[in-house]
Design a binder for this molecule. Structure first.
Ligand code: F6P
Length: 319
């Protein structure tokens, strides 16, 4: 292998730059050339590749977003898209491709692998919804960003004796919501993985009030319903007046936490090492504090379980 490429794809996440830097520098350290494709698979199809050097990835480890930019590409998903992408990779003399992204991006990488092209995946998404790794790059930072907001909201909620619903991202998964709920000491958490009953929620809020709680925070995963919908259902069923905050894309920005910067650095270097060792069609994972690898389809074929002990903790600690 003489030359590899790297791209970031799908929703950005804090730490993607640290991963680009690690892939680039560890590849150069081992005598390889590196090309970065801008705007994910879109840029690959357009032939929008730039040489990455030791210095061009300097000063980015602490930056949020992705210097290569990112996109969700419909063109790439067409059957012709895969062949066009492989032609582009051949034009650039690329021997291996590292894709940093979520499960949608990995499906694309797997399609390239099935055509015989060497690929590696690095899990980067704030949703943490990728099986085969305990943590994805950006999840820890997004939790901390959301946590800071929830703490601020609790200040005003307690001053005004109010009920707040805070909607967090996560797509169809509740990992972000659950982590933030435990870390912020929220009274309730609603996640897509656990069916919820409005009557039960109203009862909980009612008894909390009876026990002397003057305010409550509900952390709502966006995959359950919108904060607006929940607020109007709480009003209709229990007469509750909730204030709502939708945290939105702020959760995707900012400098990576030390955990994410280290995770991205380790995963980036491992992806290169594993490609050089001859691994193909794999994703780098982080399981029980060890770097691992698994076949790319693990990311979408197995469902990552939510930690039910943490769900129980929210109930037990919010008495
Ligand atoms: O997958 C990351 C994520 O931020 C999800 O949490 C969210 O549902 C989605 O992307 C938002 O996507 P977009 O940036 O396209 O609005």
């Amino acid at each position: 292998m003489k030359r590899i490429a790297v791209l970031t794809s799908g929703g950005d996440s804090p730490g993607m730059n640290a991963a680009i830097r690690a892939v680039t520098r560890s590849a150069i350290y081992r005598g390889l050339d590196v090309i970065g494709f801008r705007r994910g698979y879109e840029g690959l199809l357009d032939g929008d590749g730039v040489p990455l050097t030791k210095s061009s990835v300097g000063g980015i480890i602490h930056r949020g977003g992705t210097m290569l930019r990112t996109a969700r590409s419909d063109r790439f998903r067409r059957p012709e898209g895969i062949n066009e992408a492989i032609s582009r990779l051949r034009e650039y003399d690329i021997d291996g491709l590292v894709v940093v992204g979520g499960d949608g991006s990995f499906r694309g990488a797997w399609a390239l692998h099935e055509q015989g092209f060497p690929v590696a995946g690095i899990p980067g998404t704030i949703d943490n919804d990728i099986a085969g790794t305990d943590s994805t790059i950006g999840f820890d930072t997004a939790c901390n960003t959301a946590l800071q907001s929830v703490e601020k909201l609790r200040d005003t909620a307690s001053s005004h004796d109010r009920l707040f619903i805070v909607e967090v991202m996560g797509r169809s998964a509740g990992f972000l919501a659950l982590e933030v709920a435990v870390a912020s000491g929220a009274e309730c958490v609603l996640v897509p993985e656990v069916p919820f009953h409005l009557e039960h929620l109203c009862e909980k809020l009612h008894y909390a009030k009876q026990r002397g709680k003057t305010h409550s925070m509900i952390i709502l995963a966006e995959g359950v319903m919108s904060a607006n919908q929940l607020a109007s259902r709480l009003k209709d069923t229990g007469g509750y007046e909730a204030r709502i905050t939708v945290l939105g894309h702020v959760q995707r920005g900012g400098s990576p936490s030390s955990f994410d910067a280290v995770l991205a650095s380790r995963m980036g270097a491992s992806a290169v090492e594993m490609l050089l060792e001859g691994q193909r069609g794999f994703m780098v994972g982080y399981v029980n504090q060890q770097l691992t690898s698994c076949p790319l389809p693990t990311a979408w074929e197995s469902k990552k379980p939510l930690n039910h002990e943490m769900m129980a903790l929210v109930e037990a600690l919010s008495i």
